[in-house]
Design a protein around this ligand. Structure first.
Ligand code: B4P
Length: 183
């Protein structure tokens, strides 16, 4: 199974992706986690992307696409994966389609986690990561509406939407039901 998980910042993509990938035996690939690991390790890529992450801006598509391309080997394609936080723009989605075509695979299902803005802002403020200040969170939400929400249309033929409010296990149960119904 090859899955993309999409939703506004704070909808719980990282939280659910960790549990779902474990449950379904998929490789979990989070672009946010990969970028943060580079920043922490003070690599060249980390120095390049730090300001984007701190301000809540999107890292440029070429940089993000290249990092994902290195991670999505043919082996990972074969075993199945869950992409968390990628693609985040239609340009990234098109690059992903091209990349996967070259690896002889494709995305089966796009799982949308749907949660109201007030709820997700509250969660992120409570989490308190470096990029979780109120201004930066609002900026990330705006970018989601402008740059990422058009993906829902792009993936309309493979999209399943689950409400992402309620307890974490409740959301997981809903997501698993929805994914298994499509398998
Ligand atoms: P991400 O790491 O993807 O983070 P996120 O969207 O803010 O959070 P997510 O939705 O995963 O929420 P989480 O599970 O953590 O992106 C960070 C930055 O990286 C971006 O702003 C951007 O700069 C850059 N980036 C990443 N990918 C990129 C790309 N493709 N292109 C360009 N730039 C990119 O949950 C949030 C909180 O809610 C947690 O505290 C969690 O415990 C809590 N929570 C989760 N589910 C809950 C529930 N059901 N009830 C209550 N609380 C819940």
């Amino acid at each position: 199974m090859r899955i993309v998980i999409v939703g506004p910042p704070g909808a719980g993509k990282g939280t659910q992706a960790a549990v779902l990938s474990n449950e379904l035996g998929l490789v979990h690939i989070s672009t946010g986690d990969l970028f943060r690991a580079h920043v922490e390790g003070e690599t060249e890529l980390g120095r390049e992307v730090k300001d984007y992450l701190d301000s809540g801006a999107l890292v440029p598509d070429e940089v993000t696409n290249e990092m994902v391309s290195q991670r999505l080997t043919e082996d990972v394609c074969r075993t199945g994966f869950l992409l968390d936080g990628f693609p985040r723009t239609v340009a990234q989605a098109k690059a992903l389609e091209d990349l996967l075509r070259g690896r002889d695979c494709g995305i089966d299902t796009v799982l949308e986690l749907d949660a109201p803005e007030d709820e997700v802002v509250e969660r992120l403020v409570a989490r308190g990561r470096d990029d979780d200040t109120e201004d930066v969170i609002r900026h990330r939400q705006q970018l989601y509406r402008k740059e990422t929400a058009p993906l829902l249309e792009f993936y309309a033929d493979r999209l399943v939407t689950v409400p992402a409010v309620g307890s974490v296990p409740d959301v997981t149960a809903r997501a698993l039901d929805a994914l298994r119904a499509r398998a």
